[in-house]
Design a protein around this ligand. Structure first.
Ligand SMILES: NC(=O)c1ccc[n+]([C@@H]2O[C@H](COP(=O)([O-])OP(=O)(O)OC[C@H]3O[C@@H](n4cnc5c(N)ncnc54)[C@H](O)[C@@H]3O)[C@@H](O)[C@H]2O)c1
Length: 360
């Protein structure tokens, strides 16, 4: 995968926007510094969108905050990540590894974040077996490792897609909603493997006391997202910057709720360090729940020139009949567990993301 490498290079060679984000994230997590100090983390999917922010945060904490440095083992097989962009130093060690295989190390491990996955519909359609394997066998392997290492905490990055296409009566969607998920539809390889991954986490907590937590992210966006990821927001921004019409698949009335990456990562670490186990948490921003039409208008209005909006036939089955109509998290359970309030309104997060796309 080497498309748009120039833009991706901004990650390691220093984007001002990303540096500011990481500094703010470190400040938001300052009270948790003892949880980081001298600890060893294992992060799967460390070369991905969210994984990279986690790694940059650890590097920043080591350089500016912690006396006793944190260490990390970073795993990725780059099925969708960019190998050239892996961030490493003497404390943050990268190992190219497919988590479908067990991972062995003599090192002790304090915390595991299992973030490996194939999240973009276009890529999970291309790699359905790999998508199922990483959510199921990969999760099992990481839980076995957590058990062997007696970790302090294990966190599985599941997905809001476990809810499928929720009944409107359950939007905003609470964790208690069991979902409306197709068993065999175009999204099933992703949705069902995340559901089974969650079931594994609960069973490992109940049977082996592995202190597992589950996060269900809702549409995370921000700097570092793959420009060629095909998800709606990067897709609109890419078109807008090229002064091309923003393509809405179908009628555009479906809604989403977007969460800026800093808010997501802050909540992930706070949950990782929390005491509640065997529980799933929505992590996202419930405001605004915005239609794709309105999102397109917002992106168009953020440009200093006229950008048109067009409606096209969905190019892909995942965006046609199976596209969930509404997506909005109920975050009451999360807020009852950790101190969390999304800090980035959509306009601000969008502005930061566009600046990064422009190379800032
Ligand atoms: N970004 C979002 O909005 C969002 C929403 C819901 C869930 N999630 C979940 O959060 C996690 C991180 O999301 P992201 O946006 O950073 O995704 P991403 O696609 O940017 O990164 C995931 C990384 O995992 C790696 N990977 C995939 N299969 C692997 C395997 N078998 N072994 C090792 N590495 C493997 C990929 O190469 C990639 O670098 C994923 O599990 C995703 O399903 C993300």
């Amino acid at each position: 995968m080497n498309a748009k490498l120039g833009k991706q290079n901004k990650l390691s060679s220093g984007s001002r926007i990303i540096s500011e984000d990481i500094e703010k994230l470190a400040r938001a997590l300052f009270d948790y510094k003892e949880f980081f100090a001298g600890k060893t983390f294992l992060i799967t999917g460390a070369g991905g969108f969210l994984g990279k922010y986690m790694v940059l945060l650890l590097r920043h904490l080591n350089e500016h905050v912690l006396e006793q440095k944190a260490s990390a083992i970073l795993l990725d097989n780059f099925i969708t990540g960019y190998e050239q962009q892996m961030i490493e130093d003497e404390n943050l060690i990268f190992r190219k590894h497919n988590v479908i295989q067990p991972f062995f190390t003599a090192q002790s491990i304090d915390y595991i974040i299992h973030a490996a996955g194939i999240a973009s519909p276009v890529y999970y359609t291309k790699f359905p077996i790999e998508t199922m394997d990483v959510g199921t066998i990969g999760t099992r392997n990481m839980l076995e490792l957590a058990r062997e290492k007696k970790v302090k905490s294990f966190l599985f990055m599941s997905s809001s897609e476990v809810y499928g296409d929720p009944d409107g009566r359950y939007v905003p969607t609470p964790e208690t909603y069991n979902g409306n998920v197709s068993i065999s539809g175009p999204r099933a390889c992703y949705d069902e493997s995340k559901r089974f991954g969650e079931t594994l986490c609960i069973a490992f907590w109940k049977v082996f006391n592995v202190p597992a937590k589950i996060v269900r992210p809702f549409n995370v966006y921000g700097p570092g997202i793959r420009p060629d990821d095909y998800r709606v927001l990067p897709n609109f921004i890419e078109h807008a910057l090229r002064k091309e019409p923003l393509p809405i698949h179908g009628h555009g009335k479906n809604t989403r709720s977007f969460c800026y990456i800093n808010d997501e990562i802050e909540a992930v670490f706070k949950l990782l360090f929390s005491e509640t186990n065997g529980e799933a948490y929505n992590v996202g921003n419930s405001e605004p729940e915005i239609s794709v039409n309105d999102l397109a208008r917002l992106v168009a209005a953020s440009m200093p020139y006229q950008v048109d909006i067009i409606h096209i036939d969905p190019p892909h089955a995942v965006y046609a009949s199976s596209d969930p109509k509404r997506r909005c998290p109920d975050i009451n359970k999360l807020q009852a567990t950790i101190d969390f309030k999304p800090r980035y309104p959509l306009e601000e997060g969008l502005d930061r993301t566009i600046q990064w796309f422009r190379g800032v």
